[in-house]
Design a protein around this ligand. Structure first.
Ligand code: NAD
Length: 458
């Protein structure tokens, strides 16, 4: 099979490299020259563990990159992986998606069926919209072109592992032929029939992963909604445990124990029950926002999701209030922030909890220093107005800070040199919003340690 992926971002570059590693001739198309050039050189255009190696294995052999849509002409399947950010009002902005569809339309081969695969997270009805756009351009749906919904569930930071060990592959089709093509395309993933070099790579990197993949075929609208309903559900789960964490602080209970006990019930499950400063990132905020906008438009607003969004914003304020309670006035105080990305192992710093918390702290007069192992360039670019002194290390962030606030649990923050940090800080307050540091050890060393929802710290 011949594949084209439109968009070389977090989803497109991983999808393209994975399909190329299976042996499919894959061309990834992006309008960003830098990303195209990086892939052609055998480098990853983003920070994602394992992706660089995968691209190196495939670039120039089965993986190609281009700024032109020419490769669409010979493609069996064209995956659309462009961004779908929030538009004003909350619904998804389909500008990039529409541009991609019209560029594809100009390059299709009239003599054969091409399947267009929506990997981008797009509102319910978008597969149908694409069919209408293509028909307007003179293409015959079902014979020359089919549009399939195939939402992506990969997690940044674990994307390469996820793409080869997906828990589920959801495909929404409206005709038999495109369903067969999609199943053929995904068969190696379902049966784990991977070429030898790829098997060696997977064994080396993820030796313990025994995930089995469910393949679910459904209609396009249901597939589109599965993605939004899943992300919103996870957001609700996090908001819920964060509110429970606040109750724990009020009542002297420990949220880690509460979550552990809850998670033992298989109906609840232990994942996504870690208290934190709140959810954020390039997906949950925009996907909950789109789901709310659409459900409200159709008169069935998801009030549970609305509450989760509000609880999440309140969680950011709760973190700021904790810092303020300890430091009292923030004027003239220096707060060191550790972690600018929404999770570790990614350089994606779009719409992060750090931006919201830093903004509030700065408005209250705090001087902000911050560090992140990978996220500073993007964070700086998407938040040009935030008054942050960016640091090159955790230690530099600690220098003369009154407080250190851990927002993202990067591995290098888990066991730092506490003696050195203690001697560098002006104050002694540590706020660990991921509950990963050793409270006992740190208090013994003279730090004023607080976690989230640990009961003993309030
Ligand atoms: P991204 O911003 O990292 O990448 C999108 C890429 O598309 C960019 O490189 C951009 O230059 C390119 N692009 C935009 N319009 C184009 C066009 N017309 N032609 C060619 N290239 C074009 O976005 P992402 O994070 O990879 O997300 C892509 C989609 O996948 C979104 O809908 C997102 O919601 C969804 N998704 C993302 C994740 C994730 O973890 N990032 C997970 C699941 C689903």
């Amino acid at each position: 099979m011949k594949i084209v992926c439109i968009g070389a971002g977090y989803v497109g570059s991983v999808t393209a490299a994975a399909l190329a590693a299976l042996g499919y001739k894959t061309t990834v198309v992006d309008m960003d020259r830098m990303k195209v050039e990086q892939i052609a050189l055998g480098n990853s255009p983003i920070y994602e563990p394992g992706l660089g190696e995968l691209i190196k294995m495939t670039a120039g052999r089965t993986l190609f990159s281009s700024m032109s849509y020419e490769a669409v002409r010979e493609a069996d399947a064209v995956f659309i992986c462009v961004g779908t950010p929030s538009a004003p009002g909350g619904s998804a902005d389909l500008t990039y998606y529409r541009q991609a569809v019209s560029s594809i339309a100009r390059h299709l081969d009239p003599a054969r069926l091409t399947v267009i695969v929506n990997k981008s997270t797009v509102p319910v009805g978008t597969a149908g919209l694409a069919v209408s756009l293509l028909e307007d351009e003179g293409w015959e749906a079902g014979r020359q072109v089919s549009v399939v919904s195939n939402p992506e569930f990969l997690r940044e930071g674990l994307a390469v592992e996820d793409v080869f060990h997906p828990e589920r592959i959801v495909v929404g089709v409206s005709d038999r032929r495109s369903g067969e093509i999609m199943r053929d395309l995904y068969l190696p993933f379902i049966e784990r029939r991977y070429p030898e070099a790829l098997q060696a790579f997977l064994k080396d990197h993820y030796p313990r992963n025994k995930t089995r993949s469910a393949y679910m075929e459904t209609d396009p609208r249901s597939a589109e909604l599965i993605k939004y309903a899943s992300n919103a559900f996870l957001a609700v789960k996090i908001s819920y445990i964060n509110e429970i964490a606040q109750v724990c602080e009020a009542l002297g209970a420990n949220v880690r124990e509460v979550a552990r006990g809850m998670g033992l019930d298989s109906r609840i499950g232990s994942r996504f029950l870690q208290a934190s400063s709140g959810w954020s990132g390039s997906c949950f905020p925009k996907d909950t926002s789109e789901l709310l906008a659409t459900s409200a438009k159709y008169g069935c607003e998801l009030t549970v999701v609305r509450a989760a969004v509000e609880a999440n914003q309140a969680m950011h304020r709760y973190v700021v209030a904790k810092i303020r309670r300890r430091l009292r006035s923030l004027y003239g105080k220096t707060v060191g922030i550790l972690g600018l990305t929404f999770k570790p192992d990614t350089d994606d710093a779009r719409i992060t909890q750090a931006a919201s918390i830093i903004r509030q702290l700065a408005e209250l007069g705090a001087d902000i220093k911050a560090h992140d192992p990978q996220g500073i360039p993007m964070f700086r670019r998407v938040n040009p107005d935030l008054p942050v002194r960016y640091c090159t290390s955790l230690e530099e962030t600690a220098d003369r800070s009154d407080a250190l606030v851990l927002l993202t649990h990067w591995q290098e923050y888990i066991e730092p040199d506490w003696e050195q940090i203690r001697s560098r800080m002006r104050g002694s307050y540590l706020l660990d919003t991921r509950n990963v540091w050793d409270a006992g050890q740190l208090r013994e060393m003279g730090f004023q340690y607080e976690g989230i929802g640990l009961g003993d710290s309030s």
